[in-house]
Design a protein around this ligand. Sequence first.
Ligand SMILES: C[S@@+](CC[C@H](N)C(=O)[O-])C[C@H]1O[C@@H](n2cnc3c(N)ncnc32)[C@H](O)[C@@H]1O
Length: 429
Amino acid sequence: MERRTIDKSSNPDPLLPTLTEPYVGPSLFREMSEDVPIKVHMMPKTLEDAINNFETYLKSTEVMCENIQKDKVEDAEKLTQQELQDINDQIKEARDYIYDRSSITIQSVVDKLKSLQKKSGLLLQQKLKTPIERVCTDLAKLCDTYAKDIKKIKENSSPLLVITKREHSVVNIEIQGWDENLTMNASHFNKLIQLYNVWVNRRKSRSRSYYDYTDSHLKNCIARLILRYHTFFGTESYHGVGLQGAITPRTFQYLSRHFDVTMECFASPLNCYYPQFCSAFIDTDRFFGSCGSFFDFYPQSGSFEANPPFTEEIMNKMVDHMEELLGATDLPLSFIIFVPNWTDCSPIIRLSESKYSTKVLILNAKEHRYVTGAQHKELRPHRLEYDSVHETKVAFLQNKAGSDKWKPTDSKIEDMKRVLANESASQWE
Ligand SMILES: C[S@@+](CC[C@H](N)C(=O)[O-])C[C@H]1O[C@@H](n2cnc3c(N)ncnc32)[C@H](O)[C@@H]1O
């Protein structure tokens, strides 16, 4: 997704980016590096889970060292004898540490794991730099090849045959020729119908030209939307959800009430709160209120919320675009941005340093919540939201008229912190 921000092709595939330099994107590189030697869950619920994570991490470190030393990872840089010795010492010390269970806690095990990640984990990541770069490059090339292959297939413009079946709170969407069972919860299905009706009414009021606003058109639009996001998310049930997590309805309500926010800069028809929003895919999303990509959106005034996908490329482009918009108008313009408080990520730092920055606040981890990226499929109300695993930075970028009109005063900010902190787990579990 982040590579689409640098795609210069005049007619790119909606989903797959064209091959563009640099082939190694910083976000993908960072994500893949962080999986070395293995991705571990940093918020275990029990001591047993914390110890299991820890042992898996240690075992994976040993296996990774062995694979590197035995040339099983192409192009990996070998460890020196001293480095290998240091890692073995760290592993031994770590095993000794968890041996006496009476003296450890969940937090102390997590801290120990974090310190290991900074030592042996980081060293292994450096040794695997070249293979990771190669995988990033291969993926970039593969996307380009697939995009070209798809273009060669003559576009099938005939409508899909779609049957929707409701069973209690689930809607099954059957598409002719598609074997997988696509489902969504009834409330999101109803929301799509409402958004579609808003779009139809707006269109009818603007133009008299004929358009096929039939039930089968609606079902086709829903089916294409679901197929697009199904592909975009990935094949496993948890895939892609991290990029689609949303701030909570209560936060949106707060922003509307106190800062007149009416639109999201980054959304999809499945996770939007407002009936108008920007989204990644105008071809499938426009029937449900999307104005297209935020980077093709040029408002002169208004108050907006932005919770972008957390990739350097997109966040950098977002700050560039917002600054350009803020500098181009004297009318009130305001953006309230939610990002993780990563202190080593340049676009996130830029948010505090921008000349348009009027307020920055940091929300502590676990003291505010997000809605799962798979909200359209989630049927268990208690799994719809989760406590944030990271600190969140809330940044206000506003021009002069914007900050005059929607000033983030101390009392509003205190109020906002209180509203969000009140969402924390104890209240909902
Ligand atoms: C973190 S979610 C935001 C969820 C929710 N709308 C909110 O504001 O809290 C980021 C969304 O941005 C969408 N997105 C990706 N590229 C985009 C672009 N260029 N313009 C607008 N939205 C985009 C993603 O598909 C995803 O749905």
